[in-house]
Ligand binder design. Structure first.
Ligand code: SF4
Length: 407
C-alpha cells in the first residue's frame, strides 16, 4: 500500500532549498536520477522502489532566516579559558576560539566567553528517504526515515557529495525553523519509524540532534545518525544513550588519507567505532572506495582485520562506489571489480555481512545467512523485496541474525 506523506510546510515559502542532498558514499539519487535509472532495463526492478514515492521532496520549505535568535543555544561541550576564549570539546579538533570568532565547523560562535551553536532547529534540507539510502541494511529494512540536516561540517573531505551544505556557514544557505517537537510530529505523521540526522555532519548540530532524539522517543520514533565519527568520547558516550543506530563513514584505513583528503585524523574515528560497539548501539560502517587513494589490498585487509578484532564479525561493512564529486572530479568512478576485490578480502577475513553499495542490482546488495548461505534480505538499489528473518533468526536455519528487524 502506498504511503501518504504529510507535506504541510512549517514555514510558508515559494522557494525550495537549492541543495540536493545525497548520502555520503551513496548515489546521487534525486528524483531526476531515479527517473533516469528507472528507465534503464537493468534497473527496471527499481521502478516500484520505495525511492520512487517521495524521495527528494522537501518537507520544510527553506527561506533566508529573518530571526537568527531562534537558532541560537548555548553549546554543550566546551571549556572557558582566560581572556574570554573558549576551547571546544565536541570534536577532536579542539578549536580554541577568541571572542566573536567561530570554530572550524563555522556553526559555533564565542560570544563574550560563552559558546553557542547557531544551528539549533535550523534545517537546510529535509526529506523522506528509504533507510537503505543511509545506508542501514540491518535496521528496519524497507522503512523510510525522516531525514534532516543543518549547514556545516567538522571535516573537509575532497570527495564530499553534499559540499554545498556541509562547507558553508548557516547564513549562506536557506534554512527553516524546525523545532524538535515539530520534527518528531512530522516524522510520525509521515509514517517514518525513524528520524535520520544525515547529509552534512550531525556532530556539529549535536544539541539539536539530542533534543530531536528526546522529542521523537516520546512519540515512539527512533533516531539514527549518519556520521563521519569525528567526535570526542564524552559527547559520543552521551549520544550513544540517546540514539538507536549510528552509521559511520570510515573514509579510509590510513592516517595519511585522513590527513590529506579529509583534513582530520583516523584514530578518533576508530575509537568512536569501538565506543559505539561497547554501548550496544546498532552500528554499520561505510567505506567509500576511491580509485588510487584508498583501494589497495593491504588497506582492505587491514580494515577487515581491525573490524573483526575490535568490533566483531557481525558489524555490516559496506564497500561503496565512488562517483567523481567536489574536489576529486579528476578520478573515475570505482570499477565494480575493485569493490568485488574488497568484498572478497573482507569475506576471507571472516566478516559476516559485507556489502557492495551504489551498484544497483549487484548480488552483494543482498543479505546472506552466514550459516546456510541463503538470501535472507533481498534488495535492489533501495528496494527491499523479501525478508526471511523471523524473531531475529534466519527463517531457513534459525541462525541468529544481528540487527533491528522490527520497530
Ligand atoms: S565541533 Fe566545530 S568548533 Fe568544535 S572542535 Fe569541532 S570543528 Fe572546532
Amino acid at each position: 500500500m502506498a504511503m501518504k506523506y504529510d507535506l504541510r510546510l512549517l514555514e510558508a515559502s515559494s522557494r525550495t532549498p537549492r541543495v540536493r542532498p545525497q548520502e555520503t558514499g551513496s548515489l546521487a539519487f534525486n528524483r531526476r536520477a531515479f527517473l533516469k535509472a528507472a528507465s534503464l532495463p537493468c534497473l527496471a526492478a527499481c521502478a516500484g522502489a520505495v525511492i520512487g514515492r517521495q524521495d527528494a521532496v522537501p518537507i520544510f520549505a527553506a527561506s533566508l532566516a529573518e530571526d537568527e535568535s531562534q537558532f541560537i543555544r548555548e553549546a554543550k561541550f566546551y571549556d572557558k579559558q582566560p581572556y574570554r576564549k573558549i576551547k571546544c570539546k565536541l570534536c577532536p579538533r579542539e578549536c580554541v576560539i577568541d571572542d566573536r570568532e567561530r570554530g572550524y565547523c563555522g556553526v559555533r560562535e564565542n560570544r563574550g566567553g560563552t559558546y553557542y551553536t547557531l544551528v539549533h532547529s535550523r534545517v537546510v534540507t529535509s526529506h523522506v528517504d528509504p533507510i537503505e539510502k543511509k545506508p542501514f541494511f540491518h535496521f528496519l529494512p524497507g522503512t523510510v526515515a525522516f531525514s534532516i540536516a543543518t549547514a556545516g561540517c567538522n571535516v573537509n573531505c575532497k570527495m564530499c557529495q553534499n559540499w554545498d551544505i556541509s562547507q558553508v556557514r548557516p547564513e549562506q544557505v536557506r534554512s527553516s525553523y524546525a523545532p524538535p517537537q515539530r520534527v518528531a510530529e512530522l516524522a510520525q505523521q509521515n509514517q517514518c519509524p525513524t528520524i535520520a540526522y544525515t547529509y552534512s555532519e550531525p556532530v556539529i548540530f549535536y544539541e539539536y540532534l539530542a533534543d530531536c532524539a528526546e522529542a521523537s522517543h516520546g512519540l515512539g520514533v527512533k533516531s539514527v545518525v549518519v556520521t563521519g565519527g569525528y567526535i570526542q568520547q564524552e559527547p559520543l558516550q552521551k549520544l550513544c544513550r540517546q540514539v538507536d543506530a549510528i552509521k559511520v563513514d570510515l573514509k579510509a584505513y590510513s592516517e595519511k588519507f585522513y590527513k590529506e583528503v579529509v583534513n582530520a585524523e583516523m584514530k578518533p574515528v576508530l575509537d568512536a567505532l569501538v565506543t559505539i560497539r561497547k554501548h550496544g548501539v546498532w552500528n554499520e560502517i561505510v567505506y567509500l572506495v576511491i580509485p588510487t587513494l584508498n583501494d589497495s589490498d593491504a588497506e582492505f585487509k587491514g580494515l577487515a582485520k581491525w573490524v573483526k578484532s575490535e568490533l566483531g564479525p557481525d558489524v555490516p561493512l559496506h564497500f561503496s562506489r565512488f562517483h567523481p564529486e567536489y574536489l576529486l572530479k579528476n578520478l573515475p568512478p570505482t570499477p565494480v571489480e575493485t569493490l568485488e576485490r574488497a568484498k572478497a578480502i573482507a569475506d576471507a577475513e571472516g566478516l559476516h555481512y559485507v556489502y557492495i553499495g551504489n551498484v544497483p542490482g549487484h548480488p552483494a546488495e543482498n543479505t546472506y545467512c552466514p550459516k546456510c548461505r541463503k538470501i535472507i534480505v533481498e534488495r535492489t538499489g533501495y528496494t527491499v523485496s523479501t525478508v526471511h528473518i523471523h524473531n531475529n533468526k534466519c527463517q531457513y536455519c534459525q541462525q541468529a541474525i544481528p540487527g533491528v528487524w522490527r520497530a
